[in-house]
Design a protein around this ligand. Structure first.
Ligand SMILES: Cc1cc2nc3c(=O)[nH]c(=O)nc-3n(C[C@H](O)[C@H](O)[C@H](O)COP(=O)(O)OP(=O)(O)OC[C@H]3O[C@@H](n4cnc5c(N)ncnc54)[C@H](O)[C@@H]3O)c2cc1C
Ligand code: SF4
Ligand code: SF4
Length: 415
């Protein structure tokens, strides 16, 4: 058997330097409870060797790993160096690194910007005709519907209810191709969905060269941006099909079972079948029933035990690498804050404008305040993990040794 002979002959050939294998990502991120379930590693793997474990919802190896290193390179908790998107701030909130020529800025596609990041235009927006089930102003859904109607996109990667009666209020990824499917997916799910794993479009009916919008948390948009800026064959996952990224403003996401089943259903006796909306807003967790009764109104810190640990390290509340960022903070109730960051974001917004009521952003300072707080949390979280005398900027050798108990030089990959 010739091919086995070749492999035999290769035994003992030294591994090329700098290879990182999936199990090192597993040790440094997944097993270390730092994974934020963005699905980037699944989408980045050129041999489709990474899948999603149906029980844990976490990435797992489903085929042989070739050691190509890409899962590590693009993971926002691994080699992506997401913190390069924005310099860590000091405990006082001061920005520590702000050299525009710093190559680490490249993922945002432009020089760093203070405040809200790159902004072409910013508004408070609501759907001109507000569909049921939307979270705030329904601006995300209306924008997607407008883009579908204008023929600008063939579909949108969003999150819809799982449909499993055992998993009420769990979001799962889906490609919405019609206004009805967009509306069925409206509202916020406070769990991560391994969204980018759903960019394997082989089982989705779409035209040959599909154009997709992606709605996701900032870490998911980081993964897409990084993969698009460093062109690489990515196996079954169609990163090339993404023509628009919409980041939902995000300070943290949660473990589904911990938040919805344990804390809300079991501990507080919430009847999940009656729930109309779950919201994290103004520092509170609010759950409303369909009859208008407020079933939960508590400080969100009561639920911190169920937040994803990897979110503590994230300081990209504003979704700085997206074409458009959208969230509730900064606008009156019933409106969505919209930050348009890129030309293609602006073009998309213009195409859908007929579907939107648009006015000035109510309170941009509120966005900046929450962004500062998010950075402080990230700074504190990262600082706690390092020697107090260590330099402020993260040494990935330490980083990985700290989490995985390994000091493999190979994991120190700086692009
Ligand atoms: C985990 C999470 C945390 C958030 N934290 C904040 C915050 O701290 N501050 C803030 O201002 N805003 C936050 N938001 C955004 C906010 O909840 C609204 O999504 C946003 O204001 C848009 O409202 P809308 O009415 O325009 O959207 P809608 O028209 O209701 O559309 C929302 C879209 O988001 C998609 N979606 C819902 N959940 C997810 C998910 N988990 N992953 C990917 N896509 C999803 C839906 O499928 C839908 O397409 C968060 C959202 C999420 C999912
Ligand atoms: S954080 Fe994202 S890229 Fe990293 S291991 Fe988890 S799913 Fe994969
Ligand atoms: S807090 Fe950061 S890492 Fe966590 S889900 Fe939101 S964007 Fe992703």
């Amino acid at each position: 058997m010739k091919r086995y002979r070749v492999r035999e002959e290769m035994n003992g050939v030294e591994e090329p330097p700098g290879k990182v294998w999936f199990w090192e990502l597993a040790a440094g991120v997944i097993d270390a409870d730092r994974c934020v379930q963005c699905g980037t590693c699944v989408a980045a793997c050129p041999s489709n060797s990474i899948g999603v474990n149906p029980d844990t919802g976490l990435p797992e190896l489903v085929k042989m790993c070739t050691g190509c290193s890409l899962c590590w390179d693009f993971c926002p908790r691994g080699g992506l160096r997401y913190e390069a998107l924005w310099p860590p701030s000091s405990a006082d909130g001061d920005v520590v690194r702000s050299d525009p020529s710093d190559p680490y800025w490249k993922i945002t596609g432009g020089p760093p910007a203070e405040g809200l990041g790159a902004v072409l235009e910013a508004y408070a927006v609501r759907a001109a005709s507000r569909p049921d089930g939307v979270q705030d102003g329904g601006a995300v859904s209306a924008l997607l519907i407008g883009l579908l109607a204008a023929g600008e996109i063939d579909g949108a990667l969003v999150a819809k209810p799982s449909g499993d009666p055992e998993e009420p209020w769990k979001g799962v990824p889906t490609i919405a191709r019609s206004p009805e499917e967009v509306i069925a997916a409206a509202g916020s799910f406070y769990n991560q969905t391994m969204a980018l794993a759903a960019l394997d479009l082989s089982k989705v009916r779409l035209p040959p060269n599909p154009r997709l919008a992606v709605v996701g948390t900032p870490c998911e948009v980081q993964g897409i941006r990084a993969m698009q800026s460093r062109r690489w064959w990515t196996g079954a996952h169609r990163i090339d099909a993404v023509v628009l990224t919409i980041a939902l403003l995000c300070t943290k996401s949660f473990d589904y079972e911990g938040l919805v089943l344990r804390e809300l259903r079991d501990r507080r006796g919430i009847d999940l079948d009656r729930v109309d909306k779950i919201d994290v807003i103004r520092g509170r967790m609010i759950v409303e029933y369909r009859d208008g009764q407020v079933a939960v109104d508590e400080p969100v810190k009561n639920f911190h035990g169920t937040a994803l640990k990897g979110c503590d390290e994230c300081d990209d509340f504003l979704g700085r690498s997206a074409d458009i960022s959208m969230g509730s903070v900064g606008s009156l109730d019933g409106w969505t804050s919209v930050i348009i960051r890129t030309d293609r974001g602006l073009q998309a917004f213009e195409k859908a404008r007929a579907k939107l009521d648009v006015r000035a952003l109510d309170d941009p300072a509120a966005l900046i305040r929450l962004d500062r707080l998010d950075k402080k949390v990230a700074f504190a979280s990262l600082s706690r993990r390092f020697d107090p005398d260590a330099p402020l900027f993260i040494d990935y050798e330490d980083h990985v040794r700290d989490y995985a108990g390994t000091d493999r030089q190979a994991l120190v990959r700086v692009r």
